[in-house]
Design a protein. Structure first.
Length: 553
């Protein structure tokens, strides 16, 4: 047992038994050594970077399931097992097949791939050949909450929309990120058959066009529905991403040239859309492969006769990115020690603490370990659309993803806490450990929308996701510099391994991991035992978009 009684507490228990009064609250704490053991195994070379659908990831999934079974947690996957198999389609574009040309009146010109444009694989068809008129739609945004409709007065049915990459800087970061993620969906809903995005000077400052060339051979993945189709529907038939120099020719004879449009962006003005005189022809061939990769799901049944049918969902992703293609490094295995062996180790230790409670929580605790996070939150999205417990019974999500355990953190950033009543729960749990909450130090990263919990947010489930803050308890360490150094030098690189990180930053702080686990455990326990389920705040953007049905439960 991880908890100990002092002689005074033992005496109190004996007196309590004699008097018939309730025993004192059970004190549980996470064990640094257990977190170290789980992290060491999950980040080992033998798991080969835990790529989605790989043998190494399957070993990780088997290990996690065996840990759940050893803790006495019940299986909550498919067919009374711990696994929920996620059917996936992988699509890889054939590089020499990608073609893009434009025609205006009698003029036609072909673009050079990939110097002037890039295009990804098709998840729906092996061969794509699309020709259609073009319509410029500004940023391609629609939002009633922010008074945006870039499609107003435009007919894009059966056409290819041309849109600016990025989003207006005036929008709040988390809301910007969400709206940016649905631009293709907005086009498809209005009948567009394709989308061409234009790289802008603003994008070049933060994410140079040359960076896109690093991912030319990266396959696209999607989860498949019961009909064997991509889970988000067929949507658009094709798309391309244009270098601004190549895009300029499209606007040479239009009511605005591209230089004028870029000047409007610099002045924080919103360009209005218009039909272009040109048509585009886009063609490519892709190879398709079907694979399967498991989510691992277990449940601790609650104790309350009514509330036990409601669930607090604790999530973490078990996958990483497999082998590196970087020819400059002899080490090819992306071990993913911090991302996300650390989060998984903390989830397993959190599960252990829940399993050892003598008084079980009132609500049930559903542990959902998801695959394919690195491929676009696919395992989590599959679960959100195919939950193994009724969606309406999922009251909240506590997500564990990439806690940076390289310094003794003194503060936390609680993404999502400001959008729901979970904020007070998080503050209380952190306060028990002497940890303060800080504002998001990197709002431009829009981290709230970039991890697995956001797939449940989109189904109306309030969620919170904690990140280690930038303040260190050790005055000789600058937590912010260490975090930034890790992100710049080791994130998604083979050096995210125990040996490399320990050499640069000192021993992994498994003790900080235990504090992180204690806080997340107490957040989930509070949610599980509070009669009122968490609610979205009325003025939250995500409440307005996703929370209405949930709040009726």
């Amino acid at each position: 047992m991880l908890y100990k009684f002092t002689s005074g507490i033992t005496l109190a228990l004996l007196l309590s038994a004699c008097s018939g009064s309730s025993p004192p609250e059970q004190q549980l704490s996470a064990r640094p050594a257990a977190i170290e053991a789980h992290l060491t195994f999950l980040a080992s070379d033998e798991l080969e970077g835990r790529d989605t659908g790989s043998r190494g990831h399957q070993i990780a999934a088997n290990y996690i399931a065996s840990q759940f079974q050893a803790l006495g947690l019940a299986p909550a996957g498919d067919n009374n097992s711990y696994f929920q198999q996620v059917p996936l389609r992988s699509a890889r574009v054939q590089q020499d097949s990608v073609k893009l040309s434009f025609r205006r009146a009698d003029e036609q010109w072909q673009l050079s791939y990939p110097q002037q444009f890039t295009s990804g694989a098709s998840l729906g068809d092996t061969d794509v050949a699309l020709s259609a008129p073009l319509v410029f739609v500004g940023y391609g945004l629609v939002s009633e909450e922010f008074g945006l409709d870039d499609y107003a007065g435009l007919n894009v049915n059966g056409k290819i929309v041309v849109q600016l990459a990025g989003l207006p800087a005036s929008l709040p970061s988390e809301e910007r990120a969400y709206l940016g993620s649905i631009k293709g969906q907005l086009a498809a809903e209005r009948g567009a058959v394709g989308v061409i995005s234009i790289h802008t000077p603003q994008q070049e400052k933060t994410r140079p066009y040359a960076n896109s060339l690093l991912y030319l051979n990266t396959p696209r993945l999607a989860w498949l529905n019961a009909d064997g189709e991509p889970g988000n529907g067929r949507g658009l038939q094709a798309g391309a991403y244009l270098h601004p120099d190549a895009a300029a020719s499209l606007f040479e004879q239009e009511q605005q040239n591209l230089g004028e449009i870029f000047s409007m962006l610099e002045a924080d003005q919103q360009p209005r859309g218009f039909a272009l005189q040109a048509t585009a022809s886009l063609a490519s061939s892709s190879s398709l492969q079907q694979i399967s990769s498991p989510n691992v799901i277990a449940v601790l049944e609650g104790s309350d006769p009514t509330l036990r049918d409601e669930y607090v969902v604790i999530t973490a992703h078990s996958d990483h990115i497999g082998f590196s293609n970087d020819l400059r490094s002899d080490d090819k295995i992306n071990n993913g020690a911090m991302d996300n062996a650390a989060g998984m180790a903390i989830l397993l230790e959190t599960a252990r603490m829940f399993s050892e409670l003598t008084v079980k929580p009132k609500r049930s605790i559903l542990f959902v370990v998801v695959t394919a996070e690195e491929k676009g939150l696919l395992g989590a999205d599959y679960f959100a659309h195919n939950p193994t417990r009724p969606l309406a019974s999922l009251v909240a999500n506590v997500n564990l993803d990439m806690p940076v355990l390289l310094y003794p953190f003194a503060d936390l950033i609680a993404f999502g806490a400001n959008h729901s009543t979970l904020g007070d729960v998080v503050a209380a749990a952190a306060g028990k450990e002497g940890i303060t909450l800080s504002a998001d130090p990197m709002p431009e990263q829009a981290i709230f929308t970039r991890s697995d919990h956001f797939t449940l947010v989109k189904q109306g489930v309030p969620a919170v996701f904690l990140m280690t803050g930038f303040t260190s308890k050790d005055p000789t360490q600058d937590g912010g510099k260490i975090w930034a150094s890790f992100f710049a030098k080791h994130y998604h690189k083979p050096s995210d391994n125990i040996a490399s990180l320990s050499k640069e930053y000192g021993p992994i702080r498994y003790d900080a991991g235990a504090v992180f686990a204690d806080i997340n455990f107490n957040i989930a326990l509070d949610i599980a035992n509070t009669p009122q389920r968490p609610l979205w705040k009325a003025d939250s953007f995500f409440n307005k978009v996703f929370g209405k049905e949930y709040n009726r439960q």
